[in-house]
Design a protein around this ligand. Structure first.
Ligand code: GTP
Length: 440
C-alpha cells in the first residue's frame, strides 16, 4: 500500500522549528483522533480547496437549493466554506548543527531520521539573532545556514557512498548492472526509487561509465539526488523582527522565489491562541483578523460575542496586524505546507460511496480526503483507500473504463457519475472516477 507523504522540519537550534510545528499542528479546527504521534511526529493541516466548493446549489451535479459547502463534513481535519484542512504527517528533525554529518550534535541521528522524509521545510532564523549553532548573537548572516544545511545533507549521503565505492564499482562490473540499478541499491535506504535515480542521471547526461566516475562526478550525482529526493521549502522565519528585512532581501537575490516562504511562526501561534480564547476571529493562515470593535463597527452591537481586550493586548494585536498581516499578507505558516505539497505534487483524493449525494453512507458529504503523490496510479488510489480488497474494475465518468496502472492526471476524464473524485495539485478538480468494487 502506498506510504503517506511525510514532511520533515529541519533547522538549527532556536530557528523556530518547534514554534512552526506547533502553529501547524495546533489547528483549532482539528477534528478526529490525530494529535502528536510520538515526540518527533505530529499531524499538520494542509489547506486546499475542497471538492465541495465545486458544487454550488443548482449546479449540474447538485440540483438542490443547498450548496455542498454547507453539507461538507470531514472525518478528520475541517472544511470551512470550501477551505479544507487535510491532515498531513510532519517529522521534527532536531539536533542539526554544522558538522552533523561527522556526528556533531545529534548529527547522525538527525540525518537518519531524515531518510523517511519526502520533502523538507528548512526553518531559517532570518532575524540574524542566532549563530550557526543557535546561540544568541546580532548581525549573523542567515544565508549561511541555507548553504551549510544543504551541504550537511550532501556530505552525509556522499560519505555513505564513498565508504563503499570500491566494492560498489567491483560489483557493478561483475554483475553488469546499469548505473541506475547500482545507484538504486545504494539509495534505496533513503526511500529512493529507480525512477528517482533515473531522473537524476538523465538530468546530468554523464558520458563516463559509473566505474570511471571521478569524486567530482560523484558529488554532482549526490547533489542531483538530494534535489530530487529532498525537495526543500525554505521558511524564512521571524519576519516580524526589525533586522529581518535586509536578510530577506539578500536571500531573495540568490534563491528562486518558489523555494522561499516568509513566516512569523510566533504570530500564528499567538493569533490561534487569541482566537481560541474568544478575543478575535481568525482563520488559520488568513491575512486579516476581526476584533470585537471591528464587528461593532460593522453593525453587530454584540461584537460577535467576542471578549473585550485590554489596551496592552489591543496594541499588541494592532502591531501584529501592521507588521505581519498587512505587510506580508499573513503569517506564512499555512503557505509553508502548501508549498511543500506543491513541490511533491500532492493530489488530494476524495473517496465517496454514493455517486449522487457524495456521501459515505453515514450522512456525511465528502467525509474523506487522502493525499497521494505525483505519478500515483488509479490502482494506488484504490489500494490506499480499500487496502487489499480485490479490484474488479474502475470506470471514469461517462462509464469509460480506465486501467489500474493509469496515472491520475488532469483533465484525462470528465465528470459524470462519481465514486472517487481525484483533484490535481491544490487548485483544480482534475480527474473524477467512478469506481465499483467487486470480487475478481
Ligand atoms: N520574533 C520571533 N521569534 C520567534 C518566532 N518563532 C520562534 N521564535 C522564538 O525563537 C526562539 C526559538 O524558538 P523554537 O521554536 O524553540 O526554536 P527551535 O528551532 O525549535 O529550537 P530547538 O528546540 O533548540 O531546536 C523562541 O524564543 C521563540 O519564541 C518568530 O516568528 N518571531
Amino acid at each position: 500500500m502506498p506510504r503517506d507523504p511525510l514532511i520533515g522540519l529541519v533547522g538549527k537550534p532556536s530557528s523556530g522549528k518547534s514554534t512552526t510545528l506547533n502553529s501547524l499542528t495546533d489547528a483549532s479546527s482539528k477534528v478526529g483522533i490525530f494529535t502528536t504521534i510520538d515526540p518527533q511526529r505530529a499531524i499538520g493541516y494542509l489547506q486546499i480547496p475542497c471538492a465541495c466548493s465545486r458544487f454550488p446549489a443548482h449546479s449540474p451535479h447538485n440540483p438542490s437549493d443547498i450548496p455542498l459547502t454547507a453539507k461538507c463534513k470531514p472525518n478528520y481535519g475541517s472544511c470551512i466554506d470550501g477551505k479544507r484542512s487535510v491532515p498531513i504527517e510532519l517529522l521534527d528533525v532536531a539536533g542539526l548543527v554544522p558538522g552533523a554529518h561527522e556526528g556533531k550534535g545529534l548529527g547522525n541521528r538527525f540525518l537518519d531520521d531524515l531518510r523517511h522524509a519526502d520533502a523538507l521545510v528548512h526553518v531559517v532564523d532570518v532575524s540574524g539573532c542566532t549563530d550557526a549553532e543557535g546561540k544568541a548573537t546580532r548581525g549573523y548572516d542567515p544565508s549561511e545556514d541555507i548553504v551549510w544545511l544543504r551541504s550537511e545533507i550532501v556530505r552525509w549521503i556522499q560519505g555513505n557512498l564513498m565508504e563503499k565505492w570500491g566494492s560498489i564499482k567491483r560489483r557493478h562490473l561483475a554483475v553488469k548492472a546499469t548505473a541506475v540499478e547500482t545507484l538504486q541499491t545504494q539509495f534505496s535506504g533513503y526511500g529512493s526509487t529507480s525512477a528517482v535515480v533515473a531522473r537524476c542521471l538523465d538530468k546530468l547526461q554523464l558520458k563516463e561509465p559509473l566505474q570511471d566516475w571521478s569524486d567530482e562526478t560523484i558529488e554532482r550525482v549526490v547533489n542531483a539526488f538530494t534535489d530530487e529526493k529532498f525537495p526543500t521549502v525554505i521558511a524564512l522565519n521571524k519576519i516580524d523582527h526589525p533586522d529581518a528585512d535586509k536578510n530577506i532581501a539578500k536571500i531573495a537575490k540568490s534563491h528562486p522565489p518558489s523555494s522561499l516562504v516568509l513566516t512569523s511562526a510566533i504570530s500564528e501561534v499567538f493569533l490561534r491562541r487569541l482566537a481560541k480564547q474568544g478575543y478575535i476571529r481568525y482563520v488559520e493562515g488568513d491575512d486579516y483578523l476581526l476584533t470585537r470593535d471591528d464587528l461593532i463597527e460593522e453593525g453587530d452591537p454584540d461584537g460577535g460575542g467576542l471578549k473585550e481586550m485590554d489596551e496592552k493586548l489591543k496594541t499588541r494585536v494592532e502591531n501584529l496586524k501592521d507588521l505581519v498581516l498587512y505587510r506580508f499578507g499573513g503569517t506564512g505558516v499555512v503557505q509553508v505546507l502548501s508549498r511543500a505539497a506543491e513541490l511533491l505534487g500532492l493530489v488530494p483524493v476524495f473517496p465517496v460511496k454514493n455517486a449522487s449525494s457524495f456521501g459515505s453512507g453515514d450522512g456525511k458529504v465528502f467525509r474523506d480526503c487522502v493525499l497521494v503523490r505525483r505519478g500515483a496510479t488509479v490502482g494506488d488510489v484504490y489500494r490506499k483507500v480499500m487496502g487489499d480488497a480485490p479490484l474488479a474494475y474502475v470506470d471514469t465518468v461517462g462509464g469509460v473504463r480506465v486501467a489500474e496502472d493509469d496515472v491520475v492526471e488532469v483533465g484525462k476524464n470528465d465528470v459524470s457519475c462519481l465514486i472517487f473524485l481525484v483533484l490535481r495539485t491544490l487548485l483544480t478538480v482534475a480527474y473524477i472516477l467512478s469506481f465499483k468494487v467487486g470480487r475478481a
